[in-house]
Design a binder for this molecule. Structure first.
Ligand code: SAM
Length: 353
């Protein structure tokens, strides 16, 4: 019986090892939708979906949030001369911000699997080293000096499939005072907070509106208007996903039934919201990181925590605009925003486990 992924699977850490799901959401998508399993491993399938996604997304990519305040808070306490290891460095959002705030690093490792993304950073910096590869295959290449290090992953932790193995590799490359900084990650427990529940309740307003929009879009007049009257618009939000999907189908990588939503769920893997609409058997859901289990999953100790964007929900842009109220909530409820900004350190007790 196929069931929707249920919220209770969020408490991954509450389960004993023997109870943990061996199957992953990725395995399910691979089992159902990979065309050529004989020649394509599940890892290769994941890599292909990523490549087809970034082929189009790299052009449009901009990081939409101003995180200057959070980078300042972390970097003001950091002596100059650290090595920066930017994992999933993308088009250089963190790189540019760190340069703008004037931090003097010893060396900047720019780890980014997609060359389409890293090629967007065109700078001349002798201290910068770009590594095009997944972090899982880069640890050996990164030969760090004995300097203090700051590992940064902006909007990338949720791309990692196996967080426990990632945490183990990270810990073995960290010294006790090194920092692991996650400026922006979705707070997967957000929908369980009071605000998250409130948005769920007002969903009954959003649902009919979206049904009406769908009916209009499917009407003959609308299609006629789009085809012959309206100007072509290549910037419509999901256009790049449609192009990636078409290429994945044309190149026989995915079978019929694979959707744009599934592309996004595969790339931005650890985001609870991305999987909400994808039906799959429960035993294929290995769970999601949350604020409660992230420290244990990574084997690191949280030393700094902020959450932000309280009035956040894609469907309710109206609330998003109310920044004053958002600021008030941010200062008073530091665990319930839709996004996390955290820094972690190696705790010798945790690290020995
Ligand atoms: C949402 S983008 C964020 C990019 C950048 N950090 C920024 O702030 O704009 C996520 C990036 O992580 C990269 N990525 C995905 N999986 C990765 C992995 N296993 N190791 C390193 N980078 C990864 C993707 O290629 C992508 O560029």
């Amino acid at each position: 019986m196929v069931k929707k992924i249920s919220v209770k699977l969020l408490d991954l850490c509450a389960k004993k090892d023997s109870e943990l799901n061996k199957n992953r959401r990725l395995d399910y998508l691979y089992d159902c939708y990979a065309c050529d399993k004989e020649n394509t491993s599940v890892e290769k399938f994941h890599d292909l979906v990523n490549n087809y996604y970034y082929k189009y997304a790299a052009d449009l990519y901009t990081f939409p949030w101003d995180l200057t305040q959070y980078y300042h808070e972390i970097f003001k306490n950091l002596a100059p001369g650290c090595d920066v290891i930017d994992i999933g460095a993308g088009t250089g959002f963190s790189y540019k911000l760190i340069r703008d705030i004037g931090y003097e690093y010893n060396k900047y490792w720019f780890v980014e699997p997609s060359k389409d993304m890293s090629d967007r950073l065109d700078v001349d910096d002798p201290k910068l080293q770009i590594e095009n590869g997944y972090i899982e295959s880069c640890w050996d290449k990164l030969s760090f000096s004995n300097n203090k290090k700051i590992f940064i992953m902006n909007a990338t932790l949720h791309h990692i499939i196996d967080l426990e193995s990632f945490g183990a590799a990270l810990r073995s490359n960290m010294n006790e005072n090194d920092i692991f900084f996650l400026p922006y990650e979705p707070n997967n427990g957000y929908h369980l907070t009071l605000l998250g529940r409130f948005y769920k309740c007002v969903g009954f307003i959003a649902q009919p509106i979206s049904s009406i929009k769908t009916i209009i879009r499917q009407s003959f007049f609308f299609k006629y208007y789009k085809k012959y009257v309206a100007k072509p618009n290549s910037n419509i939000p999901d256009d790049h996903l449609s192009k990636s999907l078409q290429d994945l189908i044309d190149d026989n990588i995915v079978k019929d039934g694979f959707t744009r939503e599934m592309i996004y769920a595969t790339t931005d893997y650890g985001v609870y919201d991305n999987w909400k609409g994808i039906k799959m058997p429960n035993e294929f859901n290995e769970g999601f990181y949350t604020l409660d289990n992230i420290s244990k999953l990574l084997g690191l100790e949280i030393v700094y925590l902020k959450t932000y964007s309280y009035l956040h929900d894609e469907d309710y842009g109206f609330f998003k605009k109310r920044n004053m109220l958002d600021g008030f909530l941010r200062n008073n409820f530091n665990k319930s925003g839709a996004f996390l900004c955290i820094a972690l350190k190696k705790n010798s007790l945790v690290a020995k486990v």
